[in-house]
Design a protein around this ligand. Structure first.
Ligand SMILES: [Zn+2]
Length: 478
């Protein structure tokens, strides 16, 4: 046991002034037998899958501000209270955007048969504004990236801009689905507003996915504060490719009708549950998922699975009457999808505790088979945390990899304040096939993989809450 200690000391010396990190260095690591017990209990429990069933098939889609989102807050709070956990609701005001009518057709294009138009399959983007009720008609300008938009800036005024940004399936198939999404989603997040600034009357974006089943994928588009939102919708891969081919031959005109509404903000909440720690109870290990979802389906993968897996982790630790040294705090975040008000509200309410959040975890990449853990932490800490992987190896989830960038999303503010961020490392090769579509339903979840994810989160959460090691803060990392 000399090597880990020497390593810890070396890290501490490199880190600078004396902190509490050394105070616990000689104390024993979390008991491997307890970790194994936690893993096995999670693998035998159907509690998380039952909660996911209630959430998805009982409530359905949970877009912020909707009655379903409020029902989800009440349902999750009640389920955790029934497990004798201390539950609080942290109030937040959330946007209330409501989808309306959404339809579009190609009304003029090269080779058109007189009197015939082609129907497009589309879905309005969250945050889109409405067209007039009778819709708008305009010629389409196809761009393949934000740079391409800038190159074609003189042609933009009066057009409907189509962002035909491809999704890198090769990355997705090789374990980098999140990166593929990040690259392609840029067009959806900022493209419509950028097009409007150049004079576009509306924007269409190619659905951010590698799966071509003529299924549109919604998602948020972002409008800067000093700008009016532009009507914008996601079309399918097939329709984006069709329009691109037609537009290469000659002018293409689209008639577009979108009637979403932005209603006044609504009072909502993050749901918080805790297991108080013992001798280090002021220090917090946060484990979380987000409770809201898009409205097209049940939000089973995004993020019903993640939020119920995190619930399952705190539930199983409580059920086994384990008393880790630090406080474990579960958070079901509200409004991850279209505003991050849950995170902003948490930051306002808990800023004073931020330095005491020693590690933060969120699961938000579906319920594929877990392979281990990913963490935004120092390489030295990744080594020091080696023992947490030991009990997970027998279920094929014994990897601990170091991320080079923060996880962001709901954990963004906490990570900015220095807390190392973690997520389960899952097989996400099919996650973006269903993401933000009408097909994100409970049948996509393999209950066994959800149980494995609960095991990973429970072992990780308990380990971080009980370890004598103090992880290095990330805020000062170059
Ligand atoms: Zn999500």
């Amino acid at each position: 046991m000399l090597r880990p200690l020497a390593l810890a000391l070396a890290v501490f010396l490199a880190a600078g002034p004396l902190s509490h990190s050394t105070a616990h260095a000689a104390e024993p690591l979390p008991d491997p037998a307890v970790l194994a017990q936690l893993r096995d209990a999670a693998l035998q429990s159907n509690w998380a899958f039952s909660r996911l069933t209630d959430l998805t098939e009982g409530i359905g889609g949970r877009l912020s501000g909707s009655p379903q989102a409020e029902a989800a807050v009440a349902q999750v709070a009640a389920a955790l209270r029934a497990e004798n956990l201390k539950v609080t609701l942290d109030p937040v005001m959330v946007p209330h955007w409501v989808r309306g009518e959404e339809r579009a057709e190609l009304t003029a294009y090269p080779g058109q048969v007189a009197g015939f138009s082609q129907h497009l399959v589309l879905t309005t983007l969250g945050g889109s504004s409405a067209t007039p009720p009778e819709g708008i008609s305009a010629q389409v300008l196809v761009v393949t990236s934000l740079e391409d938009l800038q190159r074609k800036a003189p042609d933009v005024p009066g057009k409907i801009v189509l962002f035909n940004v491809p999704f890198d399936v090769h990355l997705e198939e090789n374990g980098l689905a999140g990166r593929a999404y990040g690259q392609a989603a840029e067009g959806r997040f900022v493209g419509p507003a950028a097009a409007q600034r150049l004079g576009a009357v509306a924007a269409l974006v190619r659905s951010v996915t590698g799966a071509a089943y003529r299924l549109p994928h919604t998602g948020a588009t972002v409008t800067p504060k000093d700008q009016q939102a532009v009507p914008s919708a996601a079309i399918t891969i097939e329709d984006a490719e069709l329009i691109s081919r037609l537009a290469a031959r000659g002018p293409v005109t689209v008639h577009l009708v979108l009637t979403p509404q932005t209603l006044p903000d609504v009072a909502s909440a993050n749901v918080i549950a805790e297991i108080p720690g013992s001798d280090l109870k002021d220090e917090i290990v946060l484990v979380s998922g987000h409770l809201d979802s898009w409205d097209l389906a049940q939000g089973a993968l995004d993020d019903g699975a993640g939020v119920t897996a995190a619930m399952g982790a705190i539930q199983i630790i409580a059920k086994l009457h384990l008393k880790p040294r630090r406080t474990i705090r579960f958070v079901a975040w509200m409004n991850e999808e279209n505003g991050s008000r849950g995170m902003q509200g948490y930051t306002q309410a808990h800023r004073a505790e931020f330095e005491r959040h020693v590690a933060v975890i969120e699961s938000d990449l579906g319920a594929g088979r877990p392979l281990g853990i990913e963490g935004y932490l120092t390489a030295a800490d990744a080594k020091r945390l080696g023992p947490v992987t030991q009990p997970l190896r027998v279920i094929g989830a014994g990897i601990l990899t170091e991320r080079l960038q923060p996880l962001g999303s709901d954990l963004g503010d906490l990570e900015d304040a220095g807390a190392p961020g973690f997520e389960p490392l899952v097989d996400a090769r099919t996650y973006f096939d269903y993401h933000h579509t009408a097909a994100d339903t409970l049948d996509k979840i393999d209950p066994e993989n959800l149980r494995r994810q609960v095991a990973v989160l429970a072992v990780l959460t308990y380990y971080l809450a009980d370890t004598p090691l103090a992880l290095e803060r990330m805020a000062s990392r170059p």
